[in-house]
Design a protein around this ligand. Structure first.
Ligand code: UD1
Length: 387
C-alpha cells in the first residue's frame, strides 16, 4: 500500500520545513550587538523566519561583548567562532574561513541558510558577507549606504565592499539612499527603514535610569562630559593624543569628565605615558569600557559628549545631547545637518572653543531624524518575512 505523505510528515511540519527561512545573523564587535538585538526581538513575531546568531569573536572581552548579551536580553550565540584580534587581513581572513565552514556544514546537513544578515561596518561584517555571497547565499546589510568618502578608514572599505555584494540594502538615513543610488544599486534593493541602534536606545532608556553609575562617581545630571576615543587617527599619534588630552584636562577643572577607555586607547595612553596624567586629574573619571545600561545612563544625562564613535554620534542626536565629533568626516551626515553633532577633526583648539560654547549654553540644538522612531527593526523583520 502506498504511504500517504501526510502519514509520515503531517502537513503543518511539512509546510514548516518548506517555508521557514533560516537567517545567518552575524555579530562580531561591540557596536554590532545593539544593532542585532532589536532585529532578533522583532523576528520573534514572524514564525516563517528562523534567525541563527553567529558571533565571530572579533570582540571577546566581557565588557566589549558578553555584557551586551545579558543587558540587551539577546540569547547566547548559537555559534561562536572565537576569532579574536589580529591584523586586518588576518582577522578578515579567519572570519571568512570560519563562516564559510558554518554555511557549508549547514548545507551538507540539509539545513541550508536562506540568507545572511550583517550589520554595521566592522571587519566581521565584510568578511562574513564575502564568505556567504561566494556560496550564493544572498546577504542583507543593515546600515547600508553610509559613506564618509574617507578610504583611510577601515570601516569605509568594509562598507563599500559589503554594499557592493548585498542584494538587500537596509538604510538608516537619507544620505545612504542617495549614495547607493549613485553607486548604481537598483532602487528595489534599497529600503529606508530607519535606525536599529536607536530602537535599542529607546527600549533601554527606562532601564538605564536604574543605573547607579552617576551616584557611584559623584556626578550630577547635566553637569559633566563623556569622552570616548578609539580611532587610529586620534589615538595612534603621540602628539595628537597628547594635545587632545591637554584640552580635556583643562576643561575638566570646571566640567568633570568620564572617560570609558577602549583597550586600544588604553595601550596607546600607556605607551605615550599619558595614562598617569589622566589618572591623577581630580575631575577625570577613567573607567574601562562600560556596559550598555551604565553607558546610556552616562550619555543621556551628560552636558556634552566628545567622541570619535559612529554610533555615539547617532545616539547623542537621538538624545539631544551636544556631540563634538573628533573626526574630519562622517558617514552619518544627518547627525550634523539635523542632529546635535559637529565635526572637529583632531583639532584641539576647535575642541576647546566648542566645549566652552556648550558650557556657556551657546551650542546649537538638533532634532531626531525621521524614522529614528524605535520601529526600524520591525520594518526590517517584515521585509525578511515577506521575502
Ligand atoms: C572595532 C571596529 C570599529 C568599531 C570598534 C568598536 C573594525 C575595523 N573596527 O575597532 O569600527 O568602532 O570595534 O569598539 O572592525 N581588543 C581587546 N579586547 C577585545 C577586542 C579587542 O583588548 O575584546 C584590543 C586588541 O588589542 C585589538 C584591539 O583592541 O587588537 C583592536 O580591536 P579590533 O577589533 O581590531 O578593532 P577596534 O579598535 O575594537
Amino acid at each position: 500500500m502506498a504511504i500517504q505523505l501526510t502519514e509520515i510528515c503531517p502537513k503543518p511540519l511539512f509546510l514548516d520545513l518548506m517555508t521557514v527561512k533560516k537567517l545567518a545573523c552575524i555579530v562580531g564587535a561591540r557596536p554590532n550587538f545593539m544593532k542585532i538585538a532589536p532585529i532578533l526581538h522583532a523576528l520573534a513575531a514572524h514564525k516563517n523566519v528562523q534567525p541563527v546568531l553567529i558571533h565571530t569573536g572579533q570582540h571577546y572581552d566581557k565588557n566589549l561583548s558578553d555584557i551586551f548579551f545579558e543587558e540587551l536580553k539577546i540569547s547566547r550565540p548559537d555559534i561562536s567562532l572565537g576569532i579574536g584580534s589580529g591584523s586586518h587581513a588576518q582577522q578578515t581572513a579567519e572570519v571568512m574561513v570560519a563562516v564559510e565552514k558554518v554555511l557549508l556544514d549547514a548545507a551538507e546537513q540539509g539545513h541550508p541558510f536562506h540568507r545572511m544578515v550583517v550589520v554595521g561596518d566592522v571587519n566581521s561584517t565584510a568578511a562574513a558577507a564575502i564568505a556567504a555571497i561566494k556560496l550564493h547565499i544572498p546577504v542583507a546589510h543593515v546600515e547600508a549606504g553610509l559613506r564618509s568618502f574617507d578610504r583611510n578608514m577601515p570601516e569605509e572599505i568594509n562598507r563599500i565592499l559589503t554594499d557592493s555584494i548585498c542584494d538587500m540594502l537596509l538604510v538608516s538615513e537619507p544620505s545612504g539612499v542617495e549614495n547607493l543610488a549613485a553607486e548604481g544599486h537598483a532602487q528595489e534593493n534599497i529600503h529606508l527603514v530607519g535606525n536599529v541602534m536607536i530602537d535599542t536606545l529607546m527600549t533601554q532608556l527606562e532601564r538605564a535610569k536604574e543605573s547607579t553609575i552617576l551616584d557611584n562617581m559623584g556626578l550630577k545630571k547635566g553637569q559633566y562630559g563623556v569622552v570616548t576615543l578609539h580611532r587610529p587617527a586620534n589615538v595612534d599619534d603621540e602628539q595628537v593624543l597628547g594635545s587632545l588630552i591637554d584640552v580635556l584636562l583643562e576643561i575638566s577643572v570646571q566640567t568633570p569628565l568620564v572617560f570609558p577607555i577602549h583597550p586600544r586607547t588604553k595601550s596607546r595612553l600607556e605607551a605615550f605615558e599619558l595614562m598617569s596624567k589622566l589618572e591623577s586629574a581630580a575631575n577625570v573619571h577613567c573607567i574601562g569600557p562600560a556596559g550598555y545600561l551604565d553607558f546610556l545612563c552616562l550619555t543621556s544625562n551628560a552636558k556634552v559628549i566628545v567622541t570619535d564613535s559612529g554610533g555615539l554620534q547617532e545616539e547623542s542626536t537621538a538624545l539631544g545631547i551636544p556631540c563634538l565629533t573628533m573626526r574630519p568626516s562622517t558617514e552619518r551626515p544627518v547627525t550634523c545637518s539635523e542632529g546635535t553633532s559637529t565635526l572637529i577633526g583632531s583639532d584641539a583648539d576647535k575642541l576647546r572653543t566648542l566645549l566652552s560654547q556648550v558650557i556657556q549654553g551657546e551650542y546649537k540644538s538638533g532634532k531626531c531624524p525621521d524614522l529614528w522612531d524605535g520601529k526600524a527593526a520591525e520594518r526590517i523583520a517584515e521585509i525578511f518575512a515577506a521575502e
